[in-house]
Each structure stands twice: as C-alpha cells, then as structure tokens.
Design a protein around this ligand. Structure first.
Ligand code: PBG
Length: 325
C-alpha cells in the first residue's frame, strides 16, 4: 500500500502522542461537590455513592484540606437539612446561622484559598422537596421563588461564598441574584449558573444523599426537557444577558452535545456537572469487575474537556486528582 496519509504515524509512541494531544486534564479543572450535615466528628457514608459522605462541618474542613492539597481549587456545598427544619416556605434557606453559612465561614477561615461554591435552590429546605415555593394548587411559583432565592444568595455571599450557583431553573433568577448582590456591595461574588439543567433520572443518588426527592410530582415544569437542544441556547442567552459569570450544563456525559453547542456560542467559561447517577454507574460497574473505575473516570473527565468544559464538578474529583498527581 502506498498511503500518503498515515494518521497512525503520530500515534507511534507516547512522546509523540503527547506532542499532538489536543486536550488536557489536571486537578485544576475539577470541583468537588460535597454534602454537609449537622453535628461534630461525623462522616456518614452514602450508600448509592460509594466513597462519598455527609460530613459534619469539622470533618468537612479536614477533607477540604486534603482535596486542596491535591490541587483541587474549589468545592461545591450541598446541605443535608434535618427533616424538622424543612418547611413549606423554606425559611431555613435564609438563616444566617444555617448549616451552609456556618460551613462557608468555617471553610473560608481555615482554607482561604479554596473556592467555595454554594447551591442556590430550595429543595433541601422545602417539606415538599421542590426547588421553588409551591402554590395552593401545587404549581411551583416562579417570581416568589426568585425573591427568596436571591435573598438566599445574599446570605451565602455575606458568609463568604466565592460563587453562588443557582440550580433551581426559575426564570429570571440570575438577574435577580446579580441585582441583590450588587445592591449589597457584593460585586465580586460570582454567579455560576446552571444554565441547561435537565429534568434527569441521573440525579437519583443525590436525592438519596439529601433525602430531597420531591414528595409529589416531578421537576419537569422548571428543569428542561431532555429532548431539547435549542432551548438550551435560549437559556444560555438569557443567563449571559442577566449577568452570569460561568454557564453550566447538567447532567454531564449524556449532554456533551449541549456543552459543545454552548462552547461554540458563548465567550463565557463553561462548566459541566458529572452527576451522582453517572458517578454511581462507574462505581457499580467497577465493583462488579466489569470496568476499571480509575481509567473510566479519567476518560470521562477528559471527554468533558474535549467537548468544551473549562471545569467539571465530579464526585470523582479527589480520585482523579490523585491519579493525575
Ligand atoms: C438541587 C440539585 C440537584 C442536583 C444538584 N442540585 C438535584 C435535583 O435537581 O433534583 C443533582 C446533582 C447530582 O445528581 O449529582 N437543586
């Protein structure tokens, strides 16, 4: 055979492959999502997310120190609210001494260089488990929810959050958060917007972890229809216009096409969330000896980068950082 082009020539050995490699992955591209609970010296394992725990604040600080030493620049905080604190009006979300503000203050005191991202949504705080407030007829109200979400973002900013991350999918929340933060002098607190967040079955283990599954109905009136691509572009345009600093796509691997679309459309940085169900699948298959967890994890994370993610939220952040280090 007389071939002019032999792409295999560039794959001959590792030094050559490394010269022509198009995408890189390092711990600097990873964010560790983590669960915080009340109490002290507690690390409660989460059955459907092997290796993940609900940590009390003191234990979380110890873990965060380790993650930071692995080169992970940020963590994303999710609270396990005690059942008794969940109400219809989600008032615990606005408590300056609530679990999240306390965790943020403690983390920022102990590890000032570790970025803390907080979740803005009401589902850990509502007795019905929805991300917004519920009207008498069961509808999830938009505008009254946005008001409380913006107030919640201010509580987190005052506690020292570096980025607030609205994951609720109410209309207009990014603009409302930007306005309240700026009005209170928090111009430097960033907004990581869950721009294209789909109504996904891959969130199952996360809802187990926080006992936050909706008691009735589903989240389809606010989270996006998995069938839709163009709608993600609309959401991206709105979030950008409302002042989002970073856009996010969620879930991760099943939605890489959406990530690529947004990469081609916006100059803003992009994040993607490798969600709980995706992580659980890797763990479960590897526990059965069917796949190699380490290699599948790194390959998945590299795929996010190739598709256009600047960084990735993944429960495998510490595992990956260790492997990459
Ligand atoms: C809540 C929220 C969810 C996740 C992040 N924030 C669950 C949901 O929307 O029901 C899911 C994350 C994961 O599955 O890892 N607003």
């Amino acid at each position: 055979m007389d071939l002019l082009r032999r792409p295999r020539r560039n794959r001959r050995n590792e030094p050559l492959r490394s010269l022509v490699r198009e995408t890189s992955l390092s711990p600097a591209h990873l964010v560790m999502p983590c669960f915080v609970r009340e109490g002290t010296n507690l690390s409660e394992p989460i059955a459907s997310m092997p290796g993940c725990h609900r940590h009390s604040v003191d234990r979380l600080v110890e873990m965060a120190r380790e993650w930071s030493s692995l080169g992970i620049p940020a963590l994303a905080l999710f609270p396990a609210t005690p059942l008794a604190a969940k109400t219809a009006d989600a008032r615990a979300a606005l408590d300056h001494d609530g679990l999240v503000p306390r965790a943020v203050r403690t983390l920022k005191d102990a590890l000032p260089h570790l970025l803390v991202i907080t979740d803005i949504a009401l589902d850990p705080f509502t007795d019905h488990g929805h991300d917004g407030l519920m009207a008498a007829d069961g509808r999830i109200e938009n505008d009254s929810s946005v008001e409380i979400l913006a107030a919640m973002a201010l509580v987190h900013a005052r506690a020292g959050a570096d980025l607030v991350a609205p994951s609720d999918m109410m209309d207009g929340r990014v603009g409302a958060i930007r306005e309240i933060l700026d009005g209170a002098g928090f111009q430097d607190t960033g907004i990581l917007a869950y721009t294209a967040k789909y109504a996904s079955a891959f969130y199952g283990p996360f809802r187990d972890a926080l006992d936050s599954a909706p008691k009735a109905g589903d989240k389809k009136t606010y989270q996006m229809d998995p069938a839709n691509r163009r709608e993600a572009l609309l959401e991206a345009d709105l979030d950008e216009a409302e002042g989002a600093d970073i856009l996010m796509v969620k879930p991760g691997l099943p939605y890489l096409d959406i990530l690529r679309e947004l990469r081609d459309r916006t100059a803003l940085p992009l994040a993607s969330y490798h969600v709980s169900g995706e992580f659980a699948m890797l763990k479960a298959a590897s526990e059965r000896g069917w796949i190699d967890y380490d290699r599948c994890l790194l390959e998945s994370l590299l795929a996010f980068r190739r598709a256009g993610a600047d960084f990735i939220l993944t429960y495998g952040a510490a595992d990956a950082a260790r492997l990459l280090g």
